[in-house]
Design a protein around this ligand. Structure first.
Ligand SMILES: *Cc1c(COP(=O)(O)O)cnc(C)c1O
Length: 372
């Protein structure tokens, strides 16, 4: 019997009928974009919800990253992780910056603070870590290094919507944090993103940069870009926000179920929650040690595909191994061994709010019975 395909994620949508009044508002007002009232309302609501001071909405997370780098006038070399989605490093490239890859730490899979200093040169201007899978980076150590060397820090927080450390949003750390609201993320506006900053002047500057650098009809203060979030996206965001806590709660239940079944399986490592952190359960990565599981990660990936279960290898290949970057010194094989191992072993299992218990059990059964 052929079962319906199960993908690693399924974009979350609020009830359609609740979106109709938003559409009517847009149709009646004819305000479609350029920071209308839904845009303002979503910024205010996100500040309250996340517990952050200033947020600027963007049409997508990649443009938010590119603009964040512009806003801090980063240049030269920036130290970053190879274990992320390519957009992290592409954003540096679009700013004419040379990425310098440093290795990640096991357990969190985030940039290893102990590997940063060795990568610093006179050309280094900043650090761009990623809260991978929503696991918080070691922000304290990274900040300490940044201050000692006079470097800026931008966090790619694309996976980390509503993740909190000791009750405070992880996006309050660093000079700037960048969120993505892409369809596949925990909180989505179809496409979308945001920059979080700490003061009004920076917020103003970022808002200018996302709107061509224009401040009024006759004044252009900077070579800005067009990266504004439109009213349709903002409206979707306002409505999604109503359901986000419920969605994260359901994601947690799924993660708990997976862990109960997979925790003790030889050759399979699952990540467990650390104390003091509120997670968002954006992803459910497992790591396959082929010597103990008896099959490689790719064999398991193919086997699941044959059962119509479409997992993803986040993140494989490493960014340092794609053609644009692989000839950089820091990208040479063996330079980032922990990341290389993770890229070879990782498999992200399906997780999204309405993934049923029966499907979770079916996925786990396939994983258990495929072991040799
Ligand atoms: C999704 C993602 C981005 C890019 O966000 P978009 O909104 O898709 O442009 C950047 N970095 C990471 C780590 C991501 O997962």
């Amino acid at each position: 019997m052929k079962k319906n395909p199960i993908y690693v994620t399924k974009p979350y949508l609020p009830p359609l009928e609740e979106f109709i009044p938003f559409l009517e508002d847009i149709w009646n007002s004819h305000i479609l974009t350029n920071c209308g009232h839904f845009h303002k309302e979503l910024e205010n609501k996100l500040c309250d919800f996340l517990g952050v001071k200033y947020i600027s909405l963007f049409s997508n997370g990649t443009l938010a990253l590119i603009t964040a780098i512009q806003a801090l006038k980063m240049s030269g070399e920036v130290i970053t992780t190879p274990f992320s989605f390519v957009a992290t490093v592409h954003a540096l490239w679009w700013n004419g910056i040379t990425p310098v890859f440093a290795d990640i730490e096991p357990v969190t899979f985030n940039l290893d603070p102990n590997k940063i200093e060795a990568a610093i040169t006179p050309g280094t201007t900043a650090i761009l870590p990623v809260h991978v899978y929503g696991n918080p980076c070691n922000t304290e150590k990274i900040q300490e290094i940044a201050e000692r060397y006079g470097l800026k820090v931008i966090y790619d927080a694309a996976h980390a919507f509503n993740v909190k450390v000791n009750g405070t949003s992880i996006t309050n750390f660093g000079d700037l944090s960048v969120l993505s609201f892409h369809a596949t993320k925990v909180f989505n506006t179809f496409e979308g993103g945001a920059i979080i900053c700490h003061d009004e002047k920076t917020k103003q500057h970022i808002d200018q940069l996302k709107n061509f650098g224009i401040t009024d009809e006759v004044t252009v203060v900077a070579p800005g870009i067009n990266a504004k979030m439109n009213e349709f996206q903002a409206a979707i965001g306002i409505l999604q926000l109503k359901y986000i806590e419920e969605a994260i709660y359901k994601r947690k239940a799924i993660a708990v179920s997976y862990r109960e079944i997979l925790n003790e399986v030889p050759g399979i490592t699952v990540l467990n929650d650390l104390p003091g952190i509120d997670y968002n359960y954006a992803y459910f990565p497992v790591f396959i040690d082929s010597t103990k599981y008896g099959r490689s990660r790719d064999e398991l990936y193919e086997n699941l595909r044959n059962h119509n279960i479409f997992c993803r290898r986040y993140f494989y290949p490493l960014i340092s191994q794609v053609p644009t970057y692989r000839n950089l010194d820091s990208a040479h094989e063996g330079r980032v061994p922990v990341a290389e191992k993770a890229a070879k072993e990782v498999l992200c299992l399906p997780i999204y709010p309405d993934l049923g218990m029966k499907v979770i059990q079916r996925i786990c059964k396939i994983i258990l019975s495929f072991r040799k």
